[in-house]
Design a protein around this ligand. Structure first.
Ligand SMILES: Cc1cc2nc3c(=O)[nH]c(=O)nc-3n(C[C@H](O)[C@H](O)[C@H](O)COP(=O)(O)O)c2cc1C
Length: 141
């Protein structure tokens, strides 16, 4: 199990680190530092996060999704993110993944994201807890 994320201004990073902590300190990998598809095992659960960006998700996230799809590995993906427009980060990631033939899990988490001075203060501790709770719920049993 891993958390892999892209974060321009640390919003998604806060959610990512919350999920990793809730999962007892699993690897939490910033795509900017290189997230290698080779390090992902067949059948592994990956929490994949990005912010909404120019009506899509992050560029590194798109590239990662393409590489993951090309690897042919059957990875279970849980999407999370933050965006100004409601759910747009997760929706954009899902669209990108499905275009590549991947099928992320239906459950996902997208909180409000900052845009200029709007939504300042998000993700707040409640948002981070919601992301943690989703991870806990999906991994119990
Ligand atoms: C240059 C720029 C473009 C953005 N484009 C979008 C967008 O198209 N849709 C959206 O919902 N939010 C957009 N946002 C808001 C971000 O998704 C939001 O701030 C998010 O929390 C960023 O997370 P991060 O800082 O961890 O990458 C944009 C923000 C910036 C700075």
């Amino acid at each position: 199990m891993k958390v892999i994320y892209e974060s321009k201004d640390d919003s998604v990073k806060k959610l990512a680190e919350g999920i990793a902590e809730a999962m007892q300190g699993i690897d939490c990998i910033d795509l900017q530092n290189g997230a290698y598809v080779e390090s992902i095992a067949d059948g592994e659960l990956v929490f994949l996060g990005s912010g909404g960006s120019f009506m899509g998700c992050g560029k590194s996230t798109k590239e990662f999704i393409k590489k993951l799809a090309a690897s042919g590995k059957k990875v279970r993906i849980v999407l999370f993110g933050s965006s100004f427009i409601k759910n747009s980060a997760v929706n954009a990631m899902r669209k990108t993944a499905e275009k590549q033939g991947l099928k992320p899990m239906g459950d996902s988490y997208n909180c409000k994201g900052r845009f200029l001075f709007l939504n300042a203060g998000h993700p707040n501790s409640k948002d981070i807890n919601s992301a943690k709770n989703l991870a806990i719920r999906l991994t119990k049993n």
